[in-house]
Design a protein. Structure first.
Length: 282
């Protein structure tokens, strides 16, 4: 039953992610083309705007807004202009639902009240992380309008745990270490490369994820896994000349994927590496 509920909420959240990502990009495009507030910008409001076709801008009816099934029922086309609607929409919805279920199945803590509240926060954070990944893949940008609220949500979760649960001092020190390492390393790389290796958005996202994961080992593993993932993907593409040497590969999705792995399996991975002498025990 819980898994079914998570699938439903995952599909709905995926639909929300698609809407937010498209609206934020449309807002940036319109704002760059004109300095005036237009009716169209108001219609793109995430809070007040009505759902619309991304091609013809026709308002969508309730029957057009059922996650996944509306897209399948319309064979991936708009009901009104018959334009093809990107496969991104059902893919993001399914991936979000899948990650919700995976998070529940492999949640590394018991289901006491504290753990349940952390899980709820994690699902909210997960929505933001998926949104950032989609935006970065499509437009090579990690927008502040998602990064900053995500930072506030992560900080709120940590603050509540520090105030209401035991081990607050240790948690505070751990998260500060994660913040310093997660953001600091990328900040140094950003400055040293003058933004050619790491963008400013990656520095901000690294800070958020370092704060989320907490602790120096988790933050260092985040950087290592993301860099390893980037290399695994980019080297074959370079070897087959599908991308050029100076091609820009979005790094945000690799950071997000690594953070998800560490959030769910980090403790087991660190213990496994410590037992083999790869990481120090302390």
């Amino acid at each position: 039953m819980i898994i079914l509920v998570l699938i439903v909420f995952g599909l709905i959240s995926g639909s929300f992610i698609n809407a937010v990502v498209w609206r934020l990009h449309e807002q940036s495009v319109v704002q760059k083309s004109t300095h005036k507030k237009t009716d169209y910008i108001n219609k793109l409001s995430i809070i007040h705007g009505r759902s619309m076709c991304p091609v013809c801008k026709h308002k969508l009816a309730a029957k057009d807004l059922v996650p996944l099934f509306s897209w399948l029922g319309l064979l991936g086309k708009c009901r009104y202009c018959h334009s093809s609607i990107s496969k991104q929409y059902p893919i993001v919805e399914m991936v979000t639902a899948l990650l919700f279920v995976i998070s529940y199945v492999f949640w590394p803590q018991n289901w006491a009240f504290q753990s349940v509240s952390q899980f709820v926060f994690w699902l909210i954070i997960l929505v933001g992380l998926i949104g950032l990944s989609v935006y970065d893949i499509r437009w090579y940008i990690l927008p502040n309008k998602i990064v900053y609220p995500l930072f506030v949500i992560v900080a709120t979760d940590i603050l509540l745990r520090i105030v209401f649960y035991s081990g607050g001092k240790n948690l505070l020190i751990s998260t500060l270490w994660g913040l310093v390492i997660g953001g600091g390393v990328f900040w140094v790389l950003h400055i040293f490369s003058k933004g050619n290796w790491i963008g400013g958005g990656d520095v901000k996202l690294g800070s958020v994820l370092g704060l989320l994961l907490g602790g120096p080992l988790d933050a260092m593993l985040l950087i290592f896994l993301a860099s390893l993932g980037g290399s695994i993907v980019s080297i074959p593409l370079l070897a087959t000349q599908r991308i050029k040497k100076n091609a820009h590969l979005p790094f945000g999705p690799f950071l997000v994927f690594s953070a998800i792995v560490l959030q769910l399996f980090g403790a087991s991975l660190i213990k496994w590496l410590q037992l083999r002498g790869v990481l120090p025990v302390y």
